[in-house]
Design a protein around this ligand. Sequence first.
Ligand SMILES: Nc1ncnc2c1ncn2[C@@H]1O[C@H](COP(=O)(O)OP(=O)(O)OP(=O)(O)O)[C@@H](O)[C@H]1O
Ligand SMILES: [Mg+2]
Length: 276
Amino acid sequence: MKSGRGSALLSSPKHEPVEVRGGAVQQPAGGVAVDIRGLRKSYNGVPVLRGVDLHIDAGEIMVIVGGSGEGKSVLLRHIAGLETPDAGSIHLDSMDLRDYLALPPGKKPFRLSMVFQSAALLNSMTVAENVSLRLREYHTRPPREIARIVATCLEQVDMSGTEHKLPGDLSGGMRKRVAIARALAVEPQIILYDEPTADLDPILTEQIGELVKRIQETRGTTQVIVAHNLQLATHIGTHIAVLHDGVIVDYVPAKELSRSPNAHTQEFIRAANLNL
Ligand SMILES: Nc1ncnc2c1ncn2[C@@H]1O[C@H](COP(=O)(O)OP(=O)(O)OP(=O)(O)O)[C@@H](O)[C@H]1O
Ligand SMILES: [Mg+2]
């Protein structure tokens, strides 16, 4: 691990309680499994998802790859509960997603965060206000504790001291990291990332990849990542799922992607290498 900034929460052994700034101890949130069965979705009569089956173990890093327009963002939005499927089911930790969504925030047995493709920060709010948005909505923590959590989460993404900046003052990579800090602030058991490294240079891409791995190691969070970058996918992923023609056509341990016998996967790898 790189020393200095960001190490306060992250250098503890796997899933142990971790000390944060000021001596407080946070219990790691752990992760929950995601089970997707027969998921179908059409828009204006055009099918996008044609029966997606995918199981994601608690605490794993699942990377979903596929060509542009194959439905990766649509699939992620379904897991986040932002879209209603035409058919099929999604279970989080054996709980039907519809039941989970029906519960008020304070009654949900676990939390889910999403990092959107565009970072989606609110431009009129400071970094601190963006990161603490959901925490403030819950009305369960005093302002001082919220400020401490914000500082800790910003530290984790190497953005300490940016609390009072506005998103417009930040670079694209910094905004993406603030979006990840915002996702971390509610101590989620699942984080969904839509193209977290799109538009980032190779060094920032590597940093985000390392951050995702550290979140897995220190918090045990289940993480689902849509990514085009196959090098990153094989480096950080536990499994890789390939979405094509509305279904998962291949599912492999990340390190074995290049050995997959699937013709579409091989074509995808070949095309990705051409783009290097
Ligand atoms: N709300 C919507 N209304 C109508 N069509 C939609 C809607 N959302 C997605 N689609 C269509 O679903 C298809 C899949 O879109 P999606 O954004 O999931 O692709 P993607 O795999 O994420 O692509 P990219 O890699 O470019 O981000 C596209 O044809 C898109 O136009
Ligand atoms: Mg997309």
